[in-house]
Design a binder for this molecule. Sequence first.
Ligand code: ARG
Length: 460
Amino acid sequence: EKTSLWGGRFAGGPADALARLSVSVQFDWRLAPYDIAGSRAHARVLAAAGLLDPDELGQMLAALDDLEAACASGEFRPTIDDEDVHTALERGLLERLGALGGKLRAGRSRNDQVATDLRLYMRDHARGVAQAVVELADALTEQAANNVNTAAPGMTHVQHAQPVTFGHWLLAHVQPLLRDLDRLRDWDARTAISPLGSGALAGSSLPLDPAAVAKELGFTAPAPNSMDAVADRDFVAEFLFITSLIGVHLSRLGEEVVLWTSTEFGWVELDDAFATGSSIMPQKKNADIAELARGKSGRLIGGLVTVLTMLKGLPLTYDRDMQEDKEPVFDAIETLELLLPALAGMISTMTVRVDRLTAAAPVGFSLATEVADWLVRKGVPFRDAHEITGKLVALCSVRECELEDLTDDDLKTVSEHLDPSVRQILTVESALAARTTPGSTGPGPVAEQLAQVQHHLDTW
Ligand code: ARG
């Protein structure tokens, strides 16, 4: 006989097609340990309310412990007839306790139960995701520390723009990750609200103690509105936004690694253990991790869109549509749990080709802005300085030479404001050293930034 949670008013069991559509245990089984934790807390408040006597509570808690161990060992498994994790676990409890097992459902519905389980699962796993983000940020920061003085051609539009240090560039990938960590922390504070006690939607006529349950489960407070508590999936949507944004950040980093490791750039070489080969071209060494980072951001964003689209227009309170909230969450967490360690390993083991970066730094007239700034310091309005420097670049393009190759006469001819001393600022070193304001790419501000980033990561 099937142990369904709701057969009383039905003449027969569900059609196979319905059962197949309805079943979620194949994915929501991940919630089992959290469901059991919730059951323990609920059993205690039922006992405190006099609805379980001390002996019954003892038996209940022992059975829950036993069931938890059986789930962990794989000895207790959901079957195809268990609609969802809650159904399966009630079956396990009934197998252990007989009729007494049926007392635990008093004052509780799957609606407040599933919302609680999911919050618990997500808060727990978000900590693991955050830790993996920290490890990637650490790897980038360590490479940055080794490249505080490595010149690189900073780009806009993938065109050489102005020289930067590669350390500054790498830290520019750390900063978004630090914001993601802060976002996860903010999210956790908002998610630490306990739905248990809300029942199906209206709360309970039994003398439950939602605050005690909340405390036992590590939540900061019980939900202020039972209808909202079972209808709310903001915590899912918000989490999926954060994981999507992390995905976007990893994708942008991945795209740059693909560029940096190309023959044309040749700025970075990947460690053999973090690169892949080709089945036909023996010479190939591909940045598959970086490409998978780029690719997997798509499914992370897809999960966010799935949940927002599912929620929009849903009437309060619980609707079965909401069962669709879980797979995107599990997928986002599991995707990041796979991706982040691979990226961290790839970054921490890559070799930075300092020679190639340094050689590329001044290419493409990336020091032209230095000339314009030099003119500004002489009192020339920037508008004119820009025009004068542009003329110098045009002349170099015709002559196929660099700015420092122009003769004293060339300089005079282009502008009366120019003189040979301008050549002193036409080096990458002086361009970098001149950038002393906070947040700039000069060695001083980068060292300061590095210390702040390291502190942020160490105290996370
Ligand atoms: N498996 C369901 C879900 O994930 C649990 C809640 C079911 N509640 C209900 N009233 N059918 O949403």
